[in-house]
Ligand binder design. Structure first.
Ligand code: DC
Length: 243
C-alpha cells in the first residue's frame, strides 16, 4: 500500500518539508522514513553543523566545551567541503567531510557538547544555509534542523515543529549512545540536551523557534509508527492540494 502511494507521489508536484525542533526529538528518524515513503531526498542539517564542529576540533580551534578561536575557524571555512553520499546497505546518506566518512565521529558526545557553540557562529550558518538552499531548490526534499521552516525554507509547503520533554529526549539519546557502545551517563546526556536547548533557542543568529505556520508535534508519548502515520497523513494532504 505504502509502495503504491510512493509511485503515486512520484508523479505529483513535489513539495518541501521542513522539520524543526529541539535536540533528540527523533526528527531525523521520522524525516528519513518520510523521505523514503515519498521518494524524496532527506537532508540532515544537524550532521552538517556536526561536521564543521569536528573540523574545528581537529584543527584545535576548540577546548572541551567552547570555541577558542572563532576567527581561525571562520578563515578556514572555504576549506570545508561537505557531502552526503548514499550508503545502500544502511539505506540513507552518510556525512563526508573533505572526502572522509565522518558519520560515526560526528555522533559522539564530545561533538554534541561543542556543536551548539559552533552553530552560533554567523559565518558558519551563512555557509551552511547557502548549501542547504541549493540542496532543496528543486523541492522533493525533507530537511530537518532548527531553522529550516524559519530561515532556510520559509515558503516550505509543510512545516513541522517537534517537541518532547527534556527527560524523554535525554533518555532516548542515552539509549542510542549506549547501543553504539559509548560509555555515557544519563545525567550527562540530560545536561547536554538542556544546554543545547538553551543555546539553540537563545542565540542571536536564527534561534530555534516554531515558525508561525508550523504544526507543533509533541511526541513524548507517541511510538514511531504513530508518528510516521501522522506525518505521512500531513504530507499526503498537502501534496494532494498542489496544482
Ligand atoms: O539535529 P542535531 O542534534 O544533530 O543538531 C546538532 C546541533 O546543530 C544542534 O544542537 C544545533 C545545531 N543545528 C542548528 O543550529 N541548525 C540546524 N539547522 C541544525 C542543527
Amino acid at each position: 500500500m505504502k509502495r503504491a502511494f510512493s509511485y503515486y507521489f512520484w508523479f505529483m508536484q513535489k513539495i518541501t518539508i521542513a522539520i524543526d525542533g529541539y535536540s533528540s526529538t527523533g526528527k531525523s528518524t521520522i524525516a528519513k522514513q518520510l523521505a523514503k515513503a515519498l521518494n524524496y531526498v532527506y537532508v540532515d542539517t544537524g550532521a552538517m553543523y556536526r561536521a564543521v564542529t569536528l573540523f574545528a576540533m581537529k584543527n584545535e580551534f576548540t577546548s572541551d566545551n567552547e570555541v577558542l578561536n572563532v576567527a581561525g575557524l571562520v578563515a578556514k571555512l572555504p576549506e570545508i567541503h561537505l557531502d552526503f553520499q548514499p550508503n545502500s546497505v544502511l539505506g540513507y546518506a552518510e556525512m563526508y567531510l573533505n572526502g572522509e566518512n565522518v558519520e560515526k565521529q560526528i555522533r559522539t558526545l564530545e561533538v554534541s557538547k561543542l556543536v551548539s557553540p559552533v552553530a552560533v557562529i554567523k559565518e558558519v550558518r551563512e555557509k551552511l544555509v547557502d548549501i542547504q538552499k541549493g540542496m532543496g531548490e528543486n523541492k522533493g526534499v525533507v530537511m530537518d534542523g532548527r531553522d529550516i521552516g524559519t530561515v532556510v525554507f520559509p515558503n516550505a509547503e509543510l512545516k513541522i515543529f517537534m517537541t518532547a520533554s527534556p527527560e524523554k529526549r535525554a533518555y532516548r539519546r542515552y539509549k542510542e549512545l549506549l547501543d553504539k557502545g559509548e560509555d555515557v551517563k544519563y545525567e550527562d546526556v540530560l545536561v547536554n540536551v538542556q544546554s543545547r536547548d538553551h543555546i539553540d533557542s537563545t542565540r542571536k543568529e536564527s534561534p530555534l523557534r516554531k515558525a508561525d505556520d508550523a504544526i507543533e508535534f509533541d511526541n513524548s508519548d507517541m511510538g514511531l509508527e504513530e508518528q510516521f502515520e501522522r506525518m505521512y497523513g500531513y504530507a499526503q494532504r498537502v501534496i494532494a492540494k498542489q496544482k
